[in-house]
Design a protein around this ligand. Structure first.
Ligand code: UDP
Ligand code: MG
Length: 326
């Protein structure tokens, strides 16, 4: 059922599916989602975001649209990545609950009713799937465990075991207030938390081996994943006030270097006045250490200052998330 057929009322569910070269899986996935929706009487839409596929995925989506009016498609001119695809789908979603799902049939649409219930009845903002039993190669499952342990620590979301699970459900507000860019789809729960949505839950979901096609992400996902986590942590903590980080580090280093240089100089003067043997200040290794500290300290301070100027110029500097007001 589409919104028009739903008497202008918002839809129950929007399913957002980012896809890149998944032609074989799409018909099966669409039919399965449709079956689940009808069995549960949900009004829904499916938004396929074709991320610049080079196979016939887009033609398949056009055919699906002929058959089912609840199907919507967005076609990127080139491949941008999963995060931009999700972000685009989120912007278009009209359902009260938004569910994301990979296109490769690894996630099961049978999970939809329970995810929907957790958002609407248990009042979760976001529910992430947890592929407790995975059907992926070991080269992927072991690094994934490590990755999730780090993400849990850094983000402080202690109850999540599977940050990057493609199957997730959101309250509509959440997807309208977060921006998923770059490769940040791995950290959507963290993005949601940073935006002030803290009721984050988890549901164990079935996972299946990839039936068609192959994975679109290699091992570089782990390197990039860690860098992105560092970025999020830093921008979340100091993004609006870089001076609090760089200024403190810089001042401390400069001060330490300054005192150390002072001591080196004072020792020399003391020995001179008391007729003892003395060496040039530049002969002391401590002098160079002190010098380096002062240089690095000023660099840090300057970085913080420039960061502040950048932050001050940001057009978002006074964008706050207001929940309600009267
Ligand atoms: N995907 C995408 N753009 C990309 C890479 C992947 O839209 O550049 C989609 C892909 O088609 C699939 C989902 O993101 O629907 C997850 O990708 P994949 O199954 O390759 O990842 P894995 O399951 O190996 O983590
Ligand atoms: Mg997959």
């Amino acid at each position: 059922m589409t919104e028009e057929q739903n008497n202008g009322k918002p839809l129950d569910i929007s399913v957002v599916v980012p896809l890149y070269n998944e032609e074989e899986s799409l018909p099966e996935l669409e039919a399965w989602i449709e079956r689940v929706m009808q069995a549960n009487g949900f009004s829904y839409e499916i938004i396929f975001v074709n991320d610049g596929s080079t196979d016939s995925s887009w033609q398949v989506i056009e055919q699906l649209k002929q058959k089912n009016q609840a199907v919507h498609g967005v076609c990127f001119r080139r491949n941008y990545g999963k995060s931009p695809a999700l972000n685009t789908g989120f912007a278009r979603a009209r359902g009260n609950v938004v569910i994301t799902m990979d296109a490769d049939l690894q996630d099961s649409p049978d999970e939809i009713p329970e995810l929907y219930r957790m958002i609407t009845r248990d009042r979760y903002d976001l529910v992430s799937g947890y592929k407790q039993k995975r059907y992926d190669p070991l080269s992927k499952t072991i690094p994934t465990k490590l990755f999730n342990a780090t993400a849990r620590r850094v983000s402080g979301i202690k109850n999540l075991h599977d940050f990057n699970c493609g199957l997730k459900a959101y309250r509509r507000d959440v997807v309208k207030h977060i921006e998923v860019y770059g490769d940040m789809h791995r950290y959507i729960p963290y993005l949601a938390k940073l935006a002030g949505f803290t009721r984050i839950g988890e549901k164990v979901v079935q996972h299946r081996a990839r039936k068609y096609g192959k994975t679109k992400f290699g091992l570089d996902r782990f390197v990039n994943g860690y860098l992105d986590l560092a970025t999020l942590w830093f921008t979340g903590k100091f993004g609006g006030k870089p001076m609090h980080f760089f200024g403190l580090m810089g001042s401390l280093m400069f001060l330490l270097g300054f005192i150390a240089a002072g001591i080196v100089g004072a020792v020399k003067l003391y020995r001179m006045y008391h007729g003892m043997s003395y060496t040039l200040v530049t002969d002391s290794p401590y002098f160079y250490l002190a010098l380096t500290m002062m240089l690095l300290g000023s660099q840090f301070f300057l970085a913080g200052f420039i960061g502040e100027l950048v932050a001050r110029n940001s057009s978002h500097r006074n964008d706050y998330e207001i929940e309600t007001e009267f």
